[in-house]
Each structure stands twice: as C-alpha cells, then as structure tokens.
Write a protein that binds this ligand. Structure first.
Ligand code: GAP
Length: 499
C-alpha cells in the first residue's frame, strides 16, 4: 500500500483500537473537539513533550521554561488583542440551524478566498451560490465569532468576574517576562518556553485531533535586541540547511510547489526577513526530523499578508503532508516584533524594557509554536504502514510509547520465569511490555501495530546459553544477544536508529 492511500479513518481506527486517542465522553456520544489519550497515547505524549523540552530547553543555555496558569488576569487578553481580534467567521443555515466556519465552507467547495474579511467571504458565497451543505438552505451573512472560552471566577456572575481559558500559552510568557528575566538573570538574546493546554472554541472542530477545542502547545518566545535581528551566534549551525520553501511571493505567482533552498539563501534573497527567524525555522525542522518525520512531507509555507495574525510581522508555518487532507500546519513560527511587550506595557503601565549593551530596549520576539496533538497525528500518519494483511506503526524509538516487548517463545515454565526476569530487568530502564498470551506471531503483530521498535524473545537456546533474540519491528530481522549485554545493546540500537 502506498502512503497516498492512507485515510483519516485508518488513523482514527488505529488510535481508538490501540488506545492512542479517542473522543472524550464516548459512552455519552463524545463532545466535539475534545479528546482523551489512552495508555499508548499518554506515553507517547510524554515522549514527544520530554524530547521537545530536552531539545529546546534543557540542552540550551539560552532558554528557560515556565509553567503558567490556564486562567489568568482577563486584562491580559485585552492587551494581547485576543478579545478584539481573535475570531473566525461564522455562518448559520437559516433552515436547519447548522453552523459553519465560512472560510472552511468555501474551502470545502473548492472556492479560494484571498481575504478573510466578512465582506470578501460574503461576496464569494453570494457569487458562487454557496448553500448549506447539510440541507441546501440559505446561509446567514458571516459574523465574527470570538474563539475564546469564557468562564467565571468566583461565585458571582458579573462583568468583573468574567475570565478566559487561555487560547495560547504565549501570553503567560509575556506577562511573566520581567519576573523571569530578573529571577533567572537573563541577558539578551534568550528564550522562555512553555508547554501546556490551550482552548479555542473552534466553530467546526474536525479531522480528529487536528482541530480540537482543547489541545496542547509547546511554545518558545525568543527575545532579541531589535538592532541585532541578524546577529545570531548559532547561524553557522543552520545556514546550509535545505528547507522546502513556499514563500508568499511564490504563492502569489500561483505556485503550490515548494522550492528547496538553504536558509542562507532564504535570508539573502529576503524571503525570511532576519536570521533569527531563519534560525528558529532551522531548529524546528531539525527537531521534527529527529523524531522521525519524513523530510519530503515537511514544508515551510509563508503566510500571505491576508492570513497574518493580528500580532505578526511575518509568519512561516511548518506544514506536514497528510495524505488524507493535504498540507496542514503543525507548527507556526511567527515574528511578533515587539507587539506583545508594548501592548502589555501600555495596558499595565509597567515598564517591560530591559537593558542590553547599556541601552534600554523592548526586545523583538521570534515564536516557534508547536501543537502536541498535531505533531502526534503527523507521527502516527507518517509511521502507518500496511504490510501484507497487518499494520505496522514504524515510530521512531524516541517517540514510541513502548520501546521493547518481552515474550517467552512458549507459554510454559521455565520460559515464562526467564522472560519475566528479563522483563523486570529491562523495565528499570525502558518502557517495556510483557506478553505471554497467544501465538508468538500474534504477539509480534500486536506490538508491531502499537509501534514497539524491538521485541526480545526467550527461546530454547536462552535456557542453554543465556542469549535472547532481538527482533526488529520494521525489517523483522532477528539478532542474538547475551542477556548480560541486553540493556546496552538495546540502547545502542535505539541511538543509531535510522542511521
Ligand atoms: N502563540 C502562537 C499561536 O497560537 P497558532 O498558529 O494559532 O499560533 C500554534 O497555533 C500551533 O498550535 C499550531 O501550529 C497547531 O499545531 C496548534 N493548534 C492551533 N489550533 C489548534 C487546534 N484547534 N487544535 C489542535 N492544535 C491546534
């Protein structure tokens, strides 16, 4: 089966069957846009988040992390512009009452709109005679619908008790900026990172976990002196990296195809306006490649002017090619300038400028912002293979929820005791799984589908010489190794995965 034949239903079915993810409250029919992660999914999320944190925070001297509140002071969202500008356009069917996101409705009908304004959307709908896809009824005019979930703090329901569930984690970084800089004694350039839940009351959540109403973000706000946006000390690490670039200009000229170019070329030709922005595009791709996503399924697409968020000067999305829905954003990398810090200075009356080279500056921000759920959906899609009549999930060991399975070849003593002994030894170091039920072939098939990279089997020879077989999920190749060297051997295999 070629990759192009994978359907979203295949991924959903696997995710539910194997306990990666499922709609929340399924016994009550589910709640649109909300998902729970099962045993494999919960482990996989940890692996993805921990690897991200290690790559972008722990292993760097210039990035620190915070853990902010989901509900913060409501003025934060006025200052950030979300109360005023964070909306999509809603249309309602006059006959059946179904609600749609106007731009999605047009997109589904194959109609392109360049501008996301009420007037442009209404014009396109009128000219093309777009009707309700459910009942054919007339549709209302597009009206802006704010995506923030509103809640109430305390027992009294008043204007003053109104608060919001955060629609992005970024704002907590901006409002904590001064406290973090002072406590961690940060000097420009530096980054502040955060992983956490975000909430958006999406008009039409769809494509499983891709567009959810509750999801998780991994974000960095990287602060740079505005006079030094090209002064990146790590530039040499990324300058020659080749990326699949689809610039705004290429899109305006009608191209859908990306062009491979180095980040140096992208900066020199003005596609990316500054080196720090290019650097974070490079680092983002390096991480996405390192967790196993195929290079040819990742491209960097610049936002058209009409798509830019209210805070952005320039934005590039890292898009993954999902065979069932095309190129879709899994990460946004925005140049937010000094928009946020300046707005918070204005709204709070506090000075958020800091000293660099003896001068007070309001830093500019480059923001790599990943969605955990979208990265996981891309990983599952990328790894999904049908081999003969079975499904093999070829996840990179870094993100695989279980690293190694342990089986006795036959379910009887002394094989089972020996296998448990090996399992007990391995689970101290790796996420391991023991199974003695069913034929060995069925057991291999079950762990192949769960994405387990290696299976260790205890057989007759083990009882004679204390060696076991290690089976590789993707090739089904087997090698023998002594139990005394097993931990090191597994580590070596996993460290050299794909090399
Ligand atoms: N602070 C920047 C920001 O919020 P964004 O492009 O709106 O930027 C960043 O979101 C990332 O969050 C996206 O690239 C995507 O991976 C994830 N994301 C956004 N909306 C989502 C949704 N409704 N469901 C799942 N993930 C979402």
């Amino acid at each position: 089966m070629s990759g192009n034949e994978i359907k979203l239903e295949d991924i959903v079915s696997l995710a539910i069957r194997r306990g990666f993810a499922f709609p929340t409250g399924r016994i009550y029919g589910g709640l649109a846009g909300f998902f729970d992660y099962g045993p494999l999914g919960a482990e996989m999320r940890r692996e993805v988040i921990n690897d991200w944190w290690s790559f972008f925070v722990r292993r760097r001297e210039d990035v620190v992390g915070i853990h902010g509140c989901i509900i913060t002071h409501p003025r934060v969202w006025e200052a950030s512009g979300h109360v005023e500008s964070f909306f999509d356009f809603l249309v309602v069917c006059q006959k059946c009452g179904a609600e749609f996101r106007a731009d999605h409705l047009l997109e589904d009908a194959g109609i392109e709109v360049q501008e996301l304004t009420a007037e442009a959307l209404e014009k396109a709908m009128r000219e093309r005679g777009v009707k309700c896809p459910k009942c054919g009824g007339e549709l209302s005019k597009p009206v802006p619908f704010n995506l923030m979930f509103v809640t109430q703090v305390g027992p009294k329901e008043t204007r003053a008790s109104r608060a919001y569930l955060r629609p992005e984690t970024a704002q907590l970084i901006f409002v904590d900026f001064k406290d973090v800089v002072t406590s961690a004694r940060l000097k420009l350039p530096f980054g502040i990172a955060q992983v956490g839940r975000a909430f958006r009351n999406e008009i039409s959540p769809r494509n499983f976990t891709f567009r959810a109403r509750e999801f998780e973000m991994m974000e960095i706000e990287y602060f740079v002196n505005p006079a030094k946006l090209d002064d990146c000390p790590y530039w040499d690490n990324v300058a020659d990296l080749k990326v699949n670039m689809l610039s705004a200009e290429m899109q305006e000229e009608g191209s859908e195809r990306y062009r491979e170019m180095s980040l140096a070329e992208a900066c020199e030709t003005g596609v990316i306006r500054n080196r720090w922005h290019a650097y974070w595009i490079g680092e983002s791709l390096r991480w996405l490649w390192s967790i196993g996503l195929r290079r040819e399924r990742l491209r960097v697409r610049e936002h058209l002017k009409t798509e830019l968020a209210h805070y952005a000067i320039q934005t590039f999305d890292v898009e993954y090619f999902f065979p069932f829905m095309g190129w879709k954003e899994i990460e946004g990398i925005a140049n937010r300038g000094d928009y946020d810090l300046r707005r918070h200075m204005e709204f709070s009356g506090k000075d958020l400028a800091i000293v660099d080279d003896g001068e007070k500056v309001v830093p500019h921000v480059i923001e790599p912002s990943f969605g955990v759920d979208r990265v996981i959906l891309a990983l599952l899609t990328d790894a999904y293979r049908r081999v003969e009549d079975r499904i093999v999930l070829s996840l990179n060991p870094k993100v695989a929820p279980i690293k190694v399975a342990v089986f006795p070849l036959v379910t009887k003593e002394p094989f089972t005791s020996k296998a448990r002994e090996v399992y007990n030894m391995l689970k101290e170091e790796f996420a391991a799984f023991y199974d003695e039920k069913g034929s060995i072939g069925r057991r291999y098939a079950r762990v192949d589908e769960a994405g387990v990279p290696l299976a260790v089997t205890i057989d007759g020879t083990t009882l004679e010489d204390n060696t076991v077989t290690i089976r590789f999920r993707d090739t089904r190749k087997q090698i023998r190794a002594p139990i005394s060297e097993l931990k090191d051997k597994i580590k070596e295999i996993m460290n050299n995965w794909g090399a």
